[in-house]
Design a protein around this ligand. Sequence first.
Ligand code: HEM
Length: 240
Amino acid sequence: MVAADMVISANAFIIFLGGFETTSSTLAFLLLELAAHPHVQDKMREEVLKVLDKHEGKVSYEMLQKLTYMEMVIQETLRLYPPFPSIQRVCTRAYVVPATRVLVRPGTVALFPTLAIQRDGQGQSSVLVRAGTVVLFPTLAIQRDGQYFDNPDAFVPERWGQGRPAPPAGVYMPFGDGPRYCIGKRFAMIQMKTCLARLLPLVRVSPAPRAPPRARPFPADPRSPLTLHPADSTVTISLL
Ligand code: HEM
């Protein structure tokens, strides 16, 4: 098979976008949250030092697997700040989303020619998604929805602790879902954990001097259309 130029360019684009922007902006948000939550930072550093001690001070794949609290902190960062705030799919076969509560103002449906509203005898309405419709899944909005997460705007890594109930399927999807799930997830986790395991024993992060009162969650930069970036990622770094 000969790959068309378009396919080659599209793959190069997604590797650059997926491989660099995602982990760097996740770490930027994570450092802002660590600066705002010194107790989380201390707990993470303690874990890193303990695990490093057991592995002769060397960072290795096995050593990184033991950093379970760090993993919870990354999970919570990706919940509040998924680098891709939405994922998209093209509908290939007509599908009825059952029992959808639809609020339609007169004239609205004309804006969505590939959608149709079906009503059954009991007045229950459903959306029919026709083939060809682009469907957008708002990852960020779902992951900050109080239906699924207690105190949804708060940064609480403990919610990912062992024995805590997992959110329902399709609710937590910073790496997407289904057959087009992110192929770089493992690499991304290794990259981020390595960076933090190297950094935390050496430095402390704290809020920038004269930082504005903390908004919860930290705002994203609206000028960054492709991936979520912090509006201001300034923190103070001090050597330990
Ligand atoms: C924090 C880090 C990352 C996050 C949150 C992330 C998230 C995502 C998401 C949401 C998708 C779309 C999945 C879907 O539509 O269901 C995706 C796809 C993809 N990601 Fe990542 N990604 C990350 C890191 C990486 C890295 C490090 C690489 C490569 C080195 C990478 C390569 C890709 C590629 C090639 C795809 C397209 C897969 C396909 O279409 O089959 N990603 N990623």
